[in-house]
Write a protein that binds this ligand. Structure first.
Ligand code: GUN
Length: 281
């Protein structure tokens, strides 16, 4: 039976330590989150980011723009935040409406304020084995979890399922930079199970409920589930068939309570790190 990786507990510990630091900061770190439109899931995520930042005493602002906002208006808003000394980190919640070019938006963010590590300048740093200003929130949270549970990365066979810019791609690059052997799988991968079965560390970020079943996992593997899906009964679930896979894995993350809390935690750490860089402290 696998050991449960308790992201909620680890995130709480990290955030408590952060609160001890930020209480003495003056000026305080500033985080601006921009949300466009009415996507229900995005609204929930943005609210919890705002709440957590406010709890830590940050200057925490949310900019809500209507679904039909023009790209130029959105770019103007980012420019305004780029020039605002009270804002250290800017996050544009994804997905954006179809009429907006996501890449133009990301490239408008000052790389120094790119709290998500989405800007090509920072993405390129990771891809070339250098350090970005801060690492992307979800992969960073996953690495923190592996380190917390003393799970070695170097030399391990790692398989990342999913190639999104938010999780899969940066995750694979970061594991590679930490000397893991990395395989990336995605929706067109043939014989997925044959490949996932080679993983010492399996990271699933495909966004498909029950994609990973017990027969696709090696005995003793570490299984990290990034998926946030709803099953037939409307219950939150990951990409991994938890009840069968937990019998085979050595470590496993639950959904909820695994990777999710670590993502928000990394966002707070990143905001403080960008604050320190910009304010030279
Ligand atoms: N949408 C889903 N996850 C994320 C994230 O980590 N950052 C942003 N900006 N949008 C998201």
């Amino acid at each position: 039976m696998a050991i449960l990786i308790d992201g909620k507990k680890v995130a709480k510990e990290i955030l408590e330590n952060l609160a001890d630091e930020t209480v003495f900061m003056n000026p305080v770190p500033g985080l601006a989150v921009i949300i466009v439109g009415e996507d229900a899931a995005s609204k929930i995520y943005v609210n919890s980011k705002k709440k957590k930042a406010a709890e830590l005493g940050f200057n925490s602002i949310v900019v809500e723009l209507p679904e039909n906002v023009s790209q130029q208006e959105l770019l103007n808003k980012i420019e305004e935040l780029n020039n605002d000394d009270k804002i250290d980190g800017i996050l544009v919640q994804m997905p954006l409406p179809e009429h907006i070019n996501k890449n133009d938006v990301i490239e408008k963010i000052n790389p120094l304020k790119d709290v998500d590590c989405f800007h090509p300048y920072n993405v390129g740093k990771i891809a070339s084995g250098n350090k970005p200003y801060v690492y992307p929130c979800t992969p960073k949270g996953i690495i923190r979890l592996l380190e917390y549970y003393d799970i070695e990365i170097e030399g391990k066979n790692t398989v990342v399922v999913g190639r999104s810019n938010i999780v899969g791609r940066p995750m694979a690059q970061m594991l590679l930079n930490m000397n893991a052997t990395v395989t990336i799988c995605h929706s067109r991968t043939k014989n997925l199970g044959e490949i996932t079965k080679t993983a010492d560390i399996l990271i699933c970020a495909a966004g498909k409920a029950n994609l990973i079943t017990e027969d696709m996992v090696k005995d003793g593997a570490v299984v990290i589930d990034v998926g946030i899906n709803r099953n037939k009964d409307g219950k939150l679930c990951g990409d991994v068939d938890f009840s069968s896979v937990e019998k085979k894995a050595s470590y496993i993350t639950p959904v909820p309570g695994g990777v999710g809390p670590m993502t928000i935690c990394s966002l707070m750490v990143n905001t403080i790190d960008l604050h320190r860089i910009q304010k030279n402290i």
